[in-house]
Write a protein that binds this ligand. Structure first.
Ligand code: SAH
Length: 360
């Protein structure tokens, strides 16, 4: 019985898209990205050095999750140690960050309920092994509304589908995905005029100009900021991104630690796009939430004392000294993960400034 369903699940997503496009016409890029990533995270073991497609900060070193736990504990203690308190992580991957943060928070008397928002069943299993007893959610809707929330998301927003608009000779159109005669996926402009979807200040642009937006990111931020403003708490969003909104496509595919074509093999590669932090900040403020700042990952980790933490750990386990130094370098050096990755901090207006952000 099960075989049939497994076979169905294994059906090539590219073929499914081809059939759909043949029957009903081009699909939006957002549709293509959303379905592709859903399949990718359901089927693959994406994160890790060997056998994985990419490596994330918590997998580089336990210091990453520990410093996040420390930051959350500091915010919570200064705000008056309100209970009950909820740790909420979006897209927790293997659960490593949650486990490391949990250990660090506990040292400061912070033992929140652990909530993990994850859609992939395969990922959920790994997360439960790392954080026994954690409660899983499909989205934020069932997270308790009583007590502050401590929200964390690392490389989550970048996996959500983006929508692109392109300037053509006929005006603005949505970027759609179609197939050519050989069956390859290609981008085509949609037929529907989209000029009114573009802010007036940006409407006049050279043909070929692309504007990328993420309605899914905006929705998440709207919800998170609303929760922080209503029930108190703080949040950290860490992701690839620019702090100024700018033109152009940032969509990319990664497979086995290499760049791949976005249309090569849907569901087989990780698709991601840069996060528009300026827009995220704007949404957070509009909901009455306090923006603590957006720092580069390198700056933020250095201000939290990653170097001292590495030295302390090395003192304790000298055989790991070199690995600890390498990990610190990898997480903070501008030519590695230190500059491209940003850390955005949010909090309830009555909560204090967050360590690591430049006030003002
Ligand atoms: N934070 C982890 C994993 C990043 S990969 C780390 O740093 O290692 C993205 C994670 O988000 C995966 O766990 C993936 O399954 C999950 N995810 C992707 N889209 C999602 C969605 N729409 N809702 C919930 N989780 C999602």
């Amino acid at each position: 019985m099960n075989d049939l369903r497994d076979e169905d699940a294994k059906r090539d997503l590219g073929d499914t898209f081809r059939r759909l496009i043949a029957a009903t016409g081009p699909i939006s890029l957002a549709h293509y990205m959303g379905e592709s990533n859903q399949r990718y995270y359901a089927d693959k073991r994406p994160i890790g050095g060997q056998g994985g497609d990419f490596i994330t900060a918590p997998e580089v070193s336990q210091m990453f999750g520990e410093l996040i736990g420390l930051w959350l504990a500091d915010m919570w203690i200064r705000a008056g140690r309100t209970e009950p308190v909820h740790y909420v992580e979006l897209g927790p991957g293997k659960g490593t960050l949650a486990a490391d943060a949990q250990r660090a928070m506990k040292r400061y008397g912070l033992t929140p309920k652990m909530h993990l928002v994850e859609t992939s069943r395969r990922m959920r299993d790994a997360q439960l092994a790392a954080v026994p007893g954690a409660i899983h959610h499909h989205d934020l809707s069932r997270i308790p509304t009583k007590g502050p929330v401590l929200i964390v998301a690392n490389e989550f927003l970048d996996a959500l589908p983006v929508r692109q608009l392109v300037m053509t000779d006929e005006g603005w159109r949505e970027v759609m995905v179609s197939v050519d005669a050989a069956g390859n996926f290609i981008e085509v402009p949609g037929r529907q005029p989209m000029d009114s979807a573009v802010a007036e200040a940006r409407r006049h642009a050279a043909p070929g100009t692309v504007i990328e937006t993420s309605p899914a990111c905006a929705t998440i931020m709207f919800e998170v900021a609303g929760r922080l403003a209503e029930q108190q708490g703080a949040a950290l969003f860490i992701d690839y991104g620019h702090s100024d909104s700018s033109n152009g496509s940032s969509l990319q595919a990664v497979r086995e630690h290499q760049r791949a074509g976005v249309f090569d093999a849907p569901g087989e590669a990780d698709l991601s796009a840069h996060v528009d932090f300026a827009q995220m900040e704007q949404i957070a403020r509009s909901r009455g939430c306090r923006v603590l700042g957006t720092a580069t990952q390198g700056e933020w980790l250095n201000r939290l004392g990653i170097t001292q933490r590495a030295a302390a750990l090395a003192e304790f386990a000298p055989q790991h000294r070199e690995a600890l130094m390498r990990a610190t370098e990898r997480l903070t050096a501008p030519d590695q993960m230190g500059e491209l990755f940003k850390v955005m901090g949010l909090a309830h207006p009555d909560w204090g400034e967050g360590v690591g952000f430049n006030p003002g």
